[in-house]
Design a protein around this ligand. Structure first.
Ligand SMILES: Cc1cc2nc3c(=O)[nH]c(=O)nc-3n(C[C@H](O)[C@H](O)[C@H](O)COP(=O)(O)OP(=O)(O)OC[C@H]3O[C@@H](n4cnc5c(N)ncnc54)[C@H](O)[C@@H]3O)c2cc1C
Length: 398
């Protein structure tokens, strides 16, 4: 990915001590969105540090590209609504660099329990202003004629959900950050974060004195938090995606179709179809190599709603894997520990980090500029919840 032209040069390593108002660690979708919203709010001296040579080379580069408001908790729905709107704006601003395509998301279930759960989330989504339709089997066939509707109990469809290009999102966010004067320290690893007056971020390019540090290190957020003595319960799991060879007779644009009963989801990818499945039994892992066993897992499940794919070969060149940085309740953490109020953690977005990125950026910006967030209720994302009884779990985890 090349650097956008006509913008500030990326800051070179200096070896000396710099000063910044805010240091954002991580230049994935989350760190970039935090930096952008900070600059849009007029915060000067924002420095983004990443150990890679280019932004967006971590989990963000492995994403499927789905964006949807069909979640099951208010905070996740509102985070999606905010971010989707901002991504649409960015798409217009950058002449479609974001690659936004409103192909919709279709959720399908054939069980009574699945129908009850889908109805509950559909009612919540509608109460929050999401335009989600409850579809009968004939209506499903109109939207997605290739779906096997035998035994279908319920389906929901939101035409405003869709797909973006993760690399395009990174390019657009990066260009916009730099246009607004954000400094990037790339090829630079954060070695240590220490409190004090001022707070010091020790990096391979020298020390940075600062007021606030934002932990946007994705799968490495736990390790980074530990440098300041904070226990951040973010655990990564490997997730795989596989693309088929060309499929004839399928519309060029199809919705993201999710079989809630097996966990398999599909969407168009070029002339083929991309197939995803997140096995809840997968153990924690930092391995990003594609797992060949994934192909057996999808072969056993794909026929439930998408039998037209059963005999289509997978393209071995188009299979990949990456990490979901997850929490146990499938909600992110946006909070600082009481003893280190200058260290704001913005991590644990699992499989929805891109679609929640700009809302996360807005939330962190308000915490830094006013001490509290009024755009969103961040209570469900507080760090202390993991030590409290009971938890609200997001169940639309794909
Ligand atoms: C297969 C797959 C499919 C997905 N599909 C979707 C989807 O459809 N929609 C969606 O919204 N999300 C999806 N996701 C999830 C999404 O990709 C993540 O939630 C999101 O990318 C997390 O962004 P991040 O910025 O937190 O992490 P990352 O993109 O991993 O960025 C973290 C950055 O921190 C840097 N870093 C870490 N430690 C240090 C350090 N000590 N010093 C310097 N730099 C450091 C890393 O180099 C990295 O660049 C998917 C993920 C995978 C793996």
């Amino acid at each position: 990915m090349s650097q956008p032209s006509g913008s500030e040069p990326v800051a070179a390593a200096t070896g000396g001590v710099r000063r910044a108002r805010v240091v954002v660690i991580g230049a994935g979708a989350i760190g970039l969105a935090v930096a952008l919203q900070l600059r849009r709010a007029g915060v000067d001296d924002v420095v983004v540090v990443d150990r890679n040579a280019s932004p967006g080379m971590g989990s963000t580069s492995r994403a499927n590209g789905g964006v949807r408001a069909q979640f099951t908790t208010p905070v996740n729905i509102t985070f999606s609504q905010f971010t989707i709107e901002k991504l649409r704006e960015l798409d217009r601003l950058t002449r479609n660099q974001v690659g936004f395509r409103a192909v919709g998301y279709l959720f399908l279930t054939g069980t009574d329990a699945g129908e009850i759960a889908l109805r509950r989330s559909w009612e919540l989504q509608r109460s929050l202003g999401v335009d989600v339709q409850w579809l009968s089997a004939p209506e499903v066939i109109q939207v997605a004629p290739f779906v096997k509707v035998d035994g279908l109990s319920a389906a929901t469809f939101c035409a405003d959900d869709g797909i973006i290009d993760p690399h395009g999102v990174v390019s657009a966010l990066w260009a916009e950050c730099r246009r607004l004067g954000t400094t990037f320290l790339l090829d630079t690893e954060v070695l240590h974060v220490a409190g004090g007056e001022p707070v010091c971020v020790r990096t391979t390019s020298g020390d940075i004195d600062t007021e606030f540090v934002v932990n946007a290190a994705g799968p490495f957020a736990r390790e980074l938090a530990a440098q300041a003595g904070v226990n951040l319960p973010v655990t990564s799991r490997r997730r795989n995606l596989a693309c088929t060879e060309a499929v004839a007779g399928l519309p060029a644009a199809i919705p993201m179709c999710v079989d809630n009963d097996t966990g398999v989801l599909i969407r168009r990818e070029g002339a083929g179809v991309l197939v995803g499945f997140s096995d809840p039994a997968d153990p924690p892992s930092m391995d990003t190599a594609f797992d060949p066993a994934f192909l057996d897992a999808i072969a056993a499940r794909v026929g439930n709603r998408f039998p037209f794919l059963e005999d289509v070969p997978i393209s071995s060149r188009k299979c990949w894997a990456g990490l979901y940085p997850e929490t146990s309740d499938h909600h992110a953490i946006i909070d600082a520990a009481p003893a280190t109020p200058w260290f704001i953690h913005c991590a644990g977005f699992g499989g929805h980090g891109i679609m929640h990125s700009l809302a996360a950026g807005q939330a962190v910006t308000e915490l830094i500029t006013t001490g509290r967030c009024t755009t969103f209720d961040l209570h469900p994302l507080r760090l202390s919840r993991f030590a409290e009884p009971g938890s609200v779990v997001e169940t639309a985890v794909l």
